[in-house]
Design a protein around this ligand. Structure first.
Ligand SMILES: *Cc1c(COP(=O)(O)O)cnc(C)c1O
Length: 385
């Protein structure tokens, strides 16, 4: 175990950034090159590298995943008088980006097994909205905790209804579905390089597309929508959403290390799987079919009646040992912000919210830290609680 100088154990975080010598080297290189901000060769190389990794022809590096969602939605025509379908089981940013455009978010429930947008419910929702004559600007599936949504089903449904898909792949960089990489699905995909994500630029995001025209539009909108005139002519609202060259340098280093970081997260998950095996009423969330997942975060689901303890009790025991844990995302339809929004619900997201505990999952976790988490869980389960 590691101890701070005062002798107390260090807090174990859920998913802290994992950066090292390579990132430092690239940032120094960027600084010394004189390309400080905003754009520069590191941005170009980062865009190229991520596009190749995600099976896309174009990528635009942006200041956040939220910015990527916002611009993607604007490009698809989301705005006042339109609706955008969002899974209720997601982080707030997915729905916030819809609200920025003036469109109305409609929340659809998830599958209980994966936590991802339920294709059957989506189909019913789209059918009903079409019957009402509602304009659906986009469907935004989310790849929850790194598991790709069921794009095989979702894209077929959306194609039938002629509604474009903007994939929120903020959590799934490096994952696969049906032998295609995360970020390659739908008309466009948004990535996040926030500090807690599988790879980070400290803060950043990217919008992926296969259309050169669309990529040019996104570049233009994200850099203040300046017309090519010396006096800065403007005909529409622009945004200051580009990623800086210095941060792209961090991203380039992270991209080189992505596979090894995924491997380390997977190894952490395997330890949890071992630890919880044989415990009645507890299972590792998204375990089935996780071979192609990036294992961004590992959660367990607790059936209180069978386990004899609740998700909340486990979280308290971890907190007392100074170990960070979290429930799964609180569904959007339960958020005061979205009270009154239209919903298609099955109860699955509320079930996951009530029973899920997300455990420390970072690639920088040291083996002794994982041991400490497992020891705390084991003591708790044995009745030390
Ligand atoms: C992190 C995240 C975002 C937002 O990304 P930022 O880079 O933090 O703006 C959007 N959607 C999901 C599902 C996320 O997890």
């Amino acid at each position: 175990m590691t101890a701070t100088s005062s002798g107390t154990l260090e807090r174990i975080l859920l998913s802290p950034p994992d950066v090292g010598d390579r990132e430092e080297q690239l940032v120094v290189e960027a600084l010394r090159s004189g390309w400080i901000a905003p754009l520069g060769p590191m941005v170009d190389a980062f865009e190229e590298g991520v596009a190749a990794r995600c099976g896309r022809t174009h990528a635009v590096a942006l200041s956040s995943g939220t910015a990527a969602l916002h611009l993607g939605l604007l490009e698809l025509g989301a705005g006042p008088g339109t609706v955008v379908i969002v899974p209720t089981m997601t982080f707030a940013a997915t729905a916030n980006a819809v609200v920025y455009t003036g469109a109305e978010p409609v929340f659809v429930d998830c599958e209980g097994t994966t936590g991802n947008l339920d294709p059957g419910l989506l189909e019913r929702c789209l059918g009903r909205l079409r019957a009402e004559g509602v304009t659906v600007a986009a469907v935004v599936p989310v790849d929850l905790l790194g598991r790709c949504a069921d794009y095989t089903s979702l894209l077929a449904i959306c194609e039938r209804f002629e509604v474009p898909v903007l994939a929120d792949a903020a959590e799934s960089v490096g994952s696969w579905h049906a032998e295609r990489p995360a970020g390659s699905f739908g008309r466009m995909a948004a990535l996040s390089f926030n500090g807690n994500k599988i790879m980070t630029t400290s803060g950043g995001g990217m919008l992926l597309t296969d259309s050169a025209v669309q990529a040019d539009r996104i570049r233009y909108l994200s850099s203040q929508a300046r017309q090519p005139a010396e006096h800065y002519e403007h005909t529409e609202v622009g945004y200051n959403y580009r990623l800086s060259n210095l941060l792209a340098a961090v991203g380039l280093g992270q991209l080189e290390r992505l596979d090894s970081m995924i491997g380390r997260r997977r190894a952490v998950r395997e330890r949890y799987v071992e630890c919880f095996a044989g415990l009645p009423g507890v299972r590792v969330f998204q375990r089935d079919g996780d071979e192609a997942d990036n294992c961004w975060l590992t959660s367990v689901l607790v059936d209180e009646a069978r386990a004899g303890w609740s998700a909340g009790e486990l979280r308290r025991a971890l907190a007392e040992a100074d170990i960070e844990s979290r429930p799964l995302w609180k569904p959007m339809h339960l958020q005061p912000l979205h009270a009154g929004a239209r919903t298609w619900l099955s109860g699955a997201s509320e079930g996951l919210f009530a029973t899920g505990v997300t455990l420390p999952s970072g690639s920088a976790l040291r083996p002794e830290e994982v041991d400490r988490v497992i020891g705390t869980v084991t003591d708790f389960v044995r009745g030390g609680r």
